[in-house]
Design a protein around this ligand. Structure first.
Ligand SMILES: [Zn+2]
Length: 270
């Protein structure tokens, strides 16, 4: 790999539509209805970005990926990741991307304990850098692929008890950071986006799950816990979720597995 994927050099269809409803959107221009927008197509509007209840920026362009919207600035990395996974025989999908204030409010109304939802304005999906993936698909192969490869594209896990939740904190020298996300070029920005490495937010060694099993955070929905059901064979299941969330479906601690299979797995760069 030599070229950092950006929205300019990945294969998107630059078809422009404008849509909009609700307070975070600009005027509806009538170019197309949202239903007419296909995957990898551009959606234009006016969308507020929020962090801890404070509006810190606005984006005007989203890319539709798997029926979800991703801010254009990070969509190039997501699309490049999906296509690299496909080359490895893994079907990586976005299950949640950027959420408008209206979408976060709707989700908050129907929240449940398996999939927690933050108050409107406080959800990380309103910051524009968070993406959820289908980590439990294909008996955990998708999760393993992400653990091995996502950091190369600037994505790291940031919530210990949510395997599906990844955020763009690009770690490489030339990796682009969205201007609105702040950092050195814009230190008035409250998000203060800075480069973070793989285990910056979710440490390599940690324990999630029920306190009586040694965990310190309730392990939210684990797909393979559910998949394995009553078998109780998987750590997440036998300990009611008390687990190191870097453990994969195979019950193996993935960083060790990857170290063994390819000692340089975490030193790759574009
Ligand atoms: Zn999420």
């Amino acid at each position: 790999m030599s070229q950092i994927p950006t929205i300019q050099n990945v294969n998107i269809t630059p078809k422009v539509f404008a849509v909009g409803i609700g307070p975070d959107f600009g005027p509806i221009t009538g170019l197309a209805s949202p239903a007419d927008i296909g995957d990898n197509e551009l959606v234009q509007g006016v969308y507020g970005l929020y962090y801890k209840g404070i509006k810190f920026g606005t984006v005007y362009e989203l890319i539709k990926i798997n029926e979800k919207h991703v801010t254009k600035e990070i969509a190039g990395y997501v699309i490049a990741m999906i296509s690299a996974a496909k080359n490895d025989g893994v079907e990586l999908k976005v299950t949640s991307g950027f959420r408008t204030m209206q979408e976060q409010s709707e989700l908050f109304k129907v929240r449940n304990t398996a999939r927690p939802t933050s108050k409107p304005g406080f959800g990380s999906h309103q910051t524009g850098i968070a993406v959820d993936f289908n980590v439990y698909a294909d008996n955990g192969r998708v999760y393993e692929w992400l653990v091995k490869n996502a950091y190369v594209y600037g994505f790291i896990r940031t919530v210990p008890n949510e395997r599906w939740h990844w955020e763009y904190w690009g770690d490489w020298v030339d990796q682009l950071r969205p201007q609105w996300a702040g950092g050195k070029t814009n230190d008035t920005n409250i998000l203060k986006h800075r480069r973070l490495a793989m285990f910056s937010k979710v440490p390599k060694i940690h324990a999630c799950g029920d306190r009586k099993f040694g965990g310190n955070l309730v392990m939210y929905e684990s797909g393979w816990w559910t998949l394995n059901g009553a078998s109780g064979e998987h750590t997440d299941s036998s300990t009611e979720g008390a687990t190191n969330s870097w453990i994969g479906y195979s019950n193996e601690f993935l960083p060790d597995k990857l170290d063994r299979e390819d000692p340089n797995w975490n030193k790759r760069k574009f």
